[in-house]
Design a protein around this ligand. Sequence first.
Ligand SMILES: *Cc1c(COP(=O)(O)O)cnc(C)c1O
Length: 497
Amino acid sequence: MTEYSTPKPVEPTVYDLSSPGRVGHTFPQCDVPLADFPAGMTRDDLPLPELSEVDVVRHYTRLSQLNHGVDTGFYPLGSCTMKYNPKINEEMARLPGFTQIHPFQPIETVQGALALMYHTQEWLKAISGFDAVSLQPAAGAHGELTGVLIIRAYHHACGDEKRTKMLIPDSAHGTNPASSAMSGLQVVEIPSDARGNVDLEALRQHCDDTLAGLMITNPNTLGLFDENLAEVCELVHQAGGLVYGDGANLNALMGIARPADYGIDVLHFNLHKTFSTPHGGGGPGSGPVGVTAELAQFLPGPIVDVVDEGDQDEPPLYGLVMPEKSIGRVKSFWGHFGVIVRAFTYMIMLGEEGLRAASEHAVLNANYLQARLRDTYHIPYDRICMHEFVAEGRWPDAPEVHALDISKRLMDFGFHPPTNYFPLIVHEALMIEPTETESKETLDAFADALIQIAEEAHTNPEILKTAPHNTPFGRLDEVKAARDLVLCCWVPEKSGF
Ligand SMILES: *Cc1c(COP(=O)(O)O)cnc(C)c1O
């Protein structure tokens, strides 16, 4: 049995810190006559905490530091690409010229914002090899839904109504079957072969005239580049289907391989992962979709285009256009503009060479870690990996230790745990994605911690089972926390709320 610690507030609340009469504000002298509020509109017993400015600043700064973040430590959460987010992205997203505009403003008055969106579309096209991009979708899963709707619209336009089957490899991210099912398609799982590739034999069996398409993540969630990818895409195309690429793992490919070149028809980008926007708290994200020329007319709009080329004296004029057979809007206004500004800043700061170098270093860092851990942790699909890899968090001679115990123990060393129990095809999976932004020293410290933990699993498993030991809370009952959610742990006695 796992021992759970009793959650108790470790920090005082603002009410505990309150002291009668203390204030944190200064109002200017009143220069108009005082008047009474009408009776019944005010009350005397509003129990707000009374604190000085410095008390408030310290309280909230301290609370903010109880969370692990990529600005405070290594965050190798597989499939999430928790790279460092350069602060210049934030500065650009906060420029008044971007924050003080409104989507209802006349087009001529927001040309700078439209130019930024247009050039972001162009960068994404160049990186992926696609002919057209829409910036509308709000996140990766939303991009998937959009892409699957485009595939449906395409078959519909061809009069091919019986194509209702979407093939999804068993190594897929959970959002893949979810978005296919949400758009009304039937999901069929395809197994992986012993090398972690799509099983070609199984794929062939499903390539018939009911095939809408295949949804594939490449590199896949094992961190492996599918060795038969071109053949996989060809098989699907020969059967009349289209290939959806889950582009969440683009961090391995920038400037090296373009998805459109190896047969993907439609793909989403996770701007918040690959192009560095903070996303640990769950959003906002941005999941633009790129497509081949054949599918461009189905994209959601509006899309930014050059409506007047301009000349030597006049800059080009940008406008918003709706593709001819568009599936419609998938988001209000123009998508998550602030995230797009951050991604654009990231791209132009790094440039073509820099983006390629980012991918090369992401792959190098993952392979370095994999090599350092190979002798201690079993790597079920052991070959050169891309930007992440999956190890097993278990040993036959330490049966009581699970991946979760390893992850909890890592927190004692100040590291965010890797992704646990995903992909599902690896037992006790530990999915590790170091990203390019970490130094060799950090990678070595992380590998040393994992090697020490493996030793403890054999000599002192108790220290793993009871971890973490030095975090504000000990081990929590995660199932109870999700089912029995208590969002407010303290209510003022005489709150009146
Ligand atoms: C993150 C991720 C998604 C979903 O993206 P969101 O932006 O979180 O909706 C889909 N597929 C893979 C492989 C991912 O890592």
